[in-house]
Design a protein around this ligand. Sequence first.
Ligand code: HEC
Length: 146
Amino acid sequence: MRAKWIGLLIGLSIGISGISGCTSKDAAPAEPKAAEPAPAPAPAPAAEPAVDPVAEAQQIFKDRCTVCHGETGKGDGDGSAALDPKPRDFTLPEWQDSVTDDHIKKIIVYGGAGVGKAPTMPANPDLDAKPEVVAELVKVVRGLAK
Ligand code: HEC
């Protein structure tokens, strides 16, 4: 009688530890999965800082363009000395009249190589996703006309 009970207990405890070893492995990854979807919807609307495209364009022109095109757009930036061809003189009305806004947008985003011009005019692929900033950059370039 006793031996039977002991045998049963041992059998049970092995069985239980076998089961619990199994279930705890299975349950572990399931728990965070089940908990995750609950808090997710709350912080979902990511508050993107409203950046003024005008200010961003002016900053980009200073940071990325004046090095070659110069502060006044004459094409006399510090980095222009070694360039051949030289950047256009944006102050010339003849140049302004010779290009469309669309052409200026394209060369800003895709670079000189993208529009059949000198590849030394770099592309700005990050601006592809910011058409409103590119439009403002066009205005900056247009505004340099004398
Ligand atoms: C590394 C120097 C360099 C930088 C930086 C640069 N450019 Fe240029 N850019 C050039 C050169 C060189 C040309 C002339 C390409 C040609 O005529 O083949 C040019 C041409 C242009 C043109 C005239 C295209 C035409 O058809 O006449 C525009 C507009 C222009 N760049 C805008 C910009 C803007 C806006 C930025 C900043 C986002 C910028 N560039 C940054 C070198 C540069």
